[in-house]
Design a protein around this ligand. Sequence first.
Ligand SMILES: NC(=O)c1ccc[n+]([C@@H]2O[C@H](COP(=O)([O-])OP(=O)(O)OC[C@H]3O[C@@H](n4cnc5c(N)ncnc54)[C@H](O)[C@@H]3O)[C@@H](O)[C@H]2O)c1
Length: 240
Amino acid sequence: MLSNKIAVITGSAGGIGKATAKVFIRENIEGIAIVDYNYEAACKTAEELGPKAFPVKCDVSNYEDVQAAIEKVLEHFGRIDILVNNAGITRDVIFHKMTVQQWEQVINTNLNGVFYWTHGVYKQMRENNYGRIINLSSTAVRGNPGQCNYSTTKAALIGFTASLAKEGGRKNITVNCVAPGATQTEMYDKVPDEIRQAMIASNPMQRLGQPQEIGEVIAFLASERASFLSGQWIPVNGAK
Ligand SMILES: NC(=O)c1ccc[n+]([C@@H]2O[C@H](COP(=O)([O-])OP(=O)(O)OC[C@H]3O[C@@H](n4cnc5c(N)ncnc54)[C@H](O)[C@@H]3O)[C@@H](O)[C@H]2O)c1
């Protein structure tokens, strides 16, 4: 259960973030900030989730935006106990054709966005002697053609997570990575059809992951049941 806890999930207007928010509500979370740069979609999601959900507009790749969003969440809920750094993008392209912009967009969202949010909420977690931070990595850390930018960010989160877990331990702050395999969301819809079919065929379970299946693991890591589990990278990928 997540009773008496306040959570932030970035990129939670859709996909894995929204599915995780639904699991958090089922687990009786006290309050949850639905953070997304698509504010219209965030409001729609919050409406669907009910009165515990609070929509917040924020581009995680923009430092000032993140600071303002954290202030808004703290004003509304008073504290942040759980941070799920979920917002992420792909800009897949073979390396010799990758532009600086495609490199920087992915680094700024998937990596700098995690730094901005975590840095902004970590101090109050230390003061409260409590925190659960869950970062969305990916099994793409093992490498995929066309994903040099994306794989770099998702691998970097493993080191970030392991180091911060060692710093946060004495303040009762756990930090973990969840690493989904191919999961049925809009992000996955952008993958060309023949690659998608190959991904399904090569998975031992012969299917994609469902967003809720990722959300269940995130909810476990966010809960008291995972109180001594920290610094880990946990693949959720049907054994692929
Ligand atoms: N779907 C997969 O197969 C898969 C596999 C491994 C890891 N992941 C990771 O899981 C996370 C969620 O992925 P998803 O499949 O649900 O993606 P998605 O594209 O379906 O949803 C991402 C959400 O993040 C929001 N977002 C994107 N950039 C943002 C920004 N700069 N600021 C605020 N919000 C932003 C989008 O508006 C959207 O609501 C990502 O970090 C992704 O890298 C996904």
